[in-house]
Design a protein around this ligand. Sequence first.
Ligand code: RIB
Ligand code: CA
Length: 307
Amino acid sequence: MQIILDCDPGHDDAFALIVASKFADVLGVTTVAGNAPLSLTTKNARIVLDLCGSSVPLHSGASRPLVAQPIHAAYVHGESGMDGAKLPEPSRPADGTDAVHFIIDTVRSNKGLWLVPTGPLTNIALALRTAPDLVDKIAGISIMGGGRFGNRTATAEFNIWCDPEAAAAVFDSGAKIIMSGLHLTHQIMATPKRIEMVRGAHKTVGPMLAGLLEFFSKMYKSLHDDFAGAPLHDVCAVLALTHPELFTASEKHVVVEIDGAHTRGMTVIDDRHVLSRTKANTRVLETIDADAAFAIIVDAIRACPQR
Ligand code: RIB
Ligand code: CA
């Protein structure tokens, strides 16, 4: 399973990178501004790739959305974008600053790969706009984003809300899409028991990752009235490809609202049973076997090289 992971680390992006490094053939990682400014999401990606012992190409991309004003999420991920642990300085610089052309060139020379965006969809939308032939050359796009409810607003999930114009272009592109929305990702939370599983999974990396999850969960629990821990949203977009047996899904038409006063950034999922409903363009993941998924995450952590 060849993939390009486009991310905005971000605590849960870090776990997506670790799982992808173990279970997928990662042809490259690209970064986008989202949880934190681009310089920080790129630095964090460099750090996590070191933890995984990965030397895959890393290219930074969009520092701001297509149209919307840049907004970050320090209130959830901290000022560094990945607060909560003393992490090693990155050992290498990024390989480039043109994620869009890295994506285009890599897709054209590796037909049938999956794009796996776990942040705002700016890089993906720009790549598809610049090279429309990509839609027929990729196997599809496995997105963490959207859902049947929001988190940044009542209707909009952060990744989509950050750049609704980009998200709309991706969902309208005609590419095969798998969507890990919030109604799914909230089923896999980093509970205290699971954090201890992470801590014990690796002599050096385990405690770092446990510290990240403790911070992430503390922030989430302080912002919600009933959360047992932080959801590992982004890992779902990777597991959807590497371990599809963990999920149930439905085929639905999804479109992104651009203009609504209360719904800008909403993924409008057509759940109607009317025969006249719009043809499905998205596999919407509905449930995940969270315990089995977490065991896989722990396996991936165990596979990190001893530092
Ligand atoms: O809404 C959750 C998404 O926003 C995740 O990708 C998380 O990393 C943040 O980017
Ligand atoms: Ca993310």
